[in-house]
Design a protein around this ligand. Sequence first.
Ligand SMILES: Nc1ncnc2c1ncn2[C@@H]1O[C@H](COP(=O)(O)OP(=O)(O)OP(=O)(O)O)[C@@H](O)[C@H]1O
Ligand SMILES: [Mg+2]
Length: 359
Amino acid sequence: MIEIKNLYKTYHLKTGDVEAAKNVSLRIEDGEIYGIIGYSGAGKSTLVRCINLLEVPDAGEITVNGVQLTRMVNTAKGEKLEKIGNRQLNQARKGIGMIFQHFNLLDRSTVFDNVAYPLKYSGKSKQEIKKRVHELLELVDLTDKASVYPSQLSGGQKQRVAIARALANNPGVLLSDEATSALDPEATEAILNLLKKLNAKLGLTIVLITHEMSVIKSICNKVAVMENGEVVENGDVYDIFAHPKQTITRRFINTVSNLSKINKMIAEDVPLVRTSGNDRLVKLTFESESTGDAVISEISKRFDVRVNIVLANVEMIGDRPLGGIIVILKGNEEAIINTFRYLEEIKVGAEVLSNERTA
Ligand SMILES: Nc1ncnc2c1ncn2[C@@H]1O[C@H](COP(=O)(O)OP(=O)(O)OP(=O)(O)O)[C@@H](O)[C@H]1O
Ligand SMILES: [Mg+2]
């Protein structure tokens, strides 16, 4: 388990202070694939680098695999951060692997030597190291590349070497900082599938930093959304997709939702989405693919509203379907308010889409 409590980190630059992490608290259970998403500069790398103390926070408590890496202690001058000793930190870091966007391989070493590198001071014999490296290369499906150099590999293969190296000491946790950002879509999918396999096979806990919602959607169970150094929303990926609360979360979801076509339709003033008077253009979200029709007939029956369907779609979030329909609700103000109240009661997500051209 990874537990982060009230973490703060400020960088002091000549141009001013940058608060890269502001009061971040997160709990990541064993075996989870936990995504952290945010735009550039949101503080994702800072946060993930605090998990293995590559970056030392100003304040906060960090516990990984049962070892407390930082704690706050009371001193005469107030609260102060206390860090674990270097020897214990080195030991704890063996339990935390890390991979990066640009792979960070040793260019002058072969694939074998890159993977063997973290085992150098492990006290293992040459024979044991050889065996372990082959096991790792098998795990990432690269046994035929042991003697080649990184420059002779594709991006996806380089990342697989980096994954094998990160797993050399059999860590319980893998930190992945934009590990697929430099890869094409196919290689991205292959690496994500590999991470999913490692999670299932080894019970590996994965903290996955990304700026792409498609990555979160395909392999994460949990997600935290970061903005300006803060975690603004977090929870189950499915729940976040079904009931996003923050504008930034909706923006990320729109990047992968087929229903986001609606934005273009609004911008182009397509007749189908034109509204007038009390009309509301609404996106409804259902936690199963079949309930959409039932809800629409129910609200037309209960309230004096008419429902025009504009778009309908089913998304797969992990392996669960999430239904979505975009409709125009027509009726008087009271009927519309009652409809929204009812939708909330039956836990159907309802987001009013702004249609600037509404008369
Ligand atoms: N070593 C540093 N010194 C000074 N400022 C830093 C340092 N590292 C990060 N920052 C600043 O802290 C903020 C958060 O940076 P961070 O790298 O954590 O963001 P990020 O979410 O990982 O962004 P990206 O998606 O671009 O990688 C940014 O404003 C950045 O400029
Ligand atoms: Mg980063």
